[in-house]
Design a protein around this ligand. Sequence first.
Ligand code: GRF
Length: 203
Amino acid sequence: MGSSTGKEHKKIVVLASGNGSNFQAIIDSIDSGYICANIFALISNNPDAFALQRARKHDIQVILIRPSGFESKMDYNDALLAELIKLNPDLIVLAGYMLMLGEQIIKRFRGKIINIHPALLPSFKGTHGIRDAFEYGVKVTGVTVHFVDEEMDTGQIIAQETVNVLEDDTLETLEERIHKVEHQIYPKVVSDFLNGKVIYKEG
Ligand code: GRF
């Protein structure tokens, strides 16, 4: 994990609930030396997430926090916040994390949490961005990386890349191309953020 360029290694924490292909893209970019950082932990709400296996394979600490173990969303988010404070990351990367972060977490880490969304925000927010855009019949869709705020998919946009919808696209072929773009754009934004090239604008 990580490279030995002699540069300071920043701390990343990744939150993922599912497959974790974006998490993998970041791991690979660290291994290749493109991102100068260490992933201190993968945090997940889902014990069955494939992302957990990816983490274990790369000796990345896994922290599983199951919402069902708490009486309320507030308690769950308090526990998550406590872990994040302990880890003290420079950057929190949401990579297919399927729950809304509690306001207490946003308040504490505002400007240090990023998310990737598989559509051109502010269009097609929500869980099914690729499918919703495809079914709407758009000719151009894409990928957005943004800072996370209290609402879903509304935070300050950092980077976007377009993906053309082709005449013979199926949902599956479009998904494949979108994911390919995600795996390029997300490591780039992570690297740029850690190098001070991406800055959160207050207010
Ligand atoms: C990605 O399409 C991302 O844009 C969205 O959730 C999906 C996660 O995929 N937020 P993976 O778990 O990284 O493979």
